[in-house]
Design a protein around this ligand. Structure first.
Ligand code: AMP
Length: 219
């Protein structure tokens, strides 16, 4: 049966790290809309130019633009047994769009759909965001306070120079939280009422959260 897994949680709740690990574990593609949009910006496509206007302000990119990118990605062959969708949907409108996209791709194929919600205390998340650095080459994520690279500014894994995301400033982070609580948090009840929500406690270190995630996925 095809396994469709989507992930909900506030910015910097640890979803990126955990979903990357889960994708490796399950051999499913890890589809992260933030990264897909940043790739469009880096390639200077029309979609990227439009998305940048919203990302730089901490707002959601228009629903039709993201739906097109997601539909293209989910239609690819590597998604036929399952996928991990990180950062989509982020609004009720996007949740409806995803249902339509899945229906059009799946036809009569049997599927199991789960929304996994990372429940976390949000107090420390802005600090996590401003201290976040990442490797533009291999995608490894660091934190200057809790997971610093061995050599300052250099990726432990591949030696590339680490970068800070343009929207990881205090001001834009606050805007992203406001957007999350207004647009994305209602999805928790939306999926709960459909009986497909699994909530995990996302406080704690990476290995603790990983154990809880595996349990929720296998439940
Ligand atoms: P992230 O990498 O998940 O923190 O996303 C970075 C930014 O990309 C967000 O603040 C939004 O501007 C944009 N973005 C990512 N995913 C979506 C989505 N599903 N819908 C609209 N905008 C998105």
């Amino acid at each position: 049966m095809k396994k469709e897994l989507i992930f909900l949680g506030p910015p910097a709740c640890g979803k990126g790290t955990q979903t990357t690990m889960l994708a490796e574990h399950l051999h499913f593609p890890h589809i992260d809309t933030g990264s897909l949009l940043r790739a469009e910006i880096a390639a200077n496509t029309d979609a990227g130019k439009e998305a940048k206007l919203y990302i730089d302000e901490g707002h959601l990119v228009p629903v039709t633009l993201v739906a097109k990118i997601i539909k293209n990605r989910l239609s690819q062959d590597d998604c036929k047994n399952g996928y991990i969708l990180d950062g989509y949907p982020r609004s009720l409108e996007q949740a409806d769009a995803l249902t339509g996209i899945n229906d059009s791709i799946n036809g009569n194929q049997k599927t199991s759909f789960k929304a996994i919600y990372f429940d976390i205390d949000t107090d420390m998340l802005i600090e996590r965001i401003v201290n976040r650095r990442s490797c533009p080459k291999c995608g490894e994520i660091y934190n200057l306070k809790s997971k610093a690279p061995k050599v300052d500014g250099i990726c432990d894994k591949c030696g590339e120079k680490l970068t800070q995301r343009k929207d990881d400033t205090r001001e834009i982070a606050q805007e992203r939280f406001d957007t999350y609580f207004k647009e994305t948090a209602p999805l928790i009840d939306y999926y709960k009422s459909r009986g497909v929500l699994k909530t995990i406690n996302a406080n704690g270190d990476i290995s603790e959260v990983w154990e809880r995630l595996l349990k929720a996925v296998n439940d």
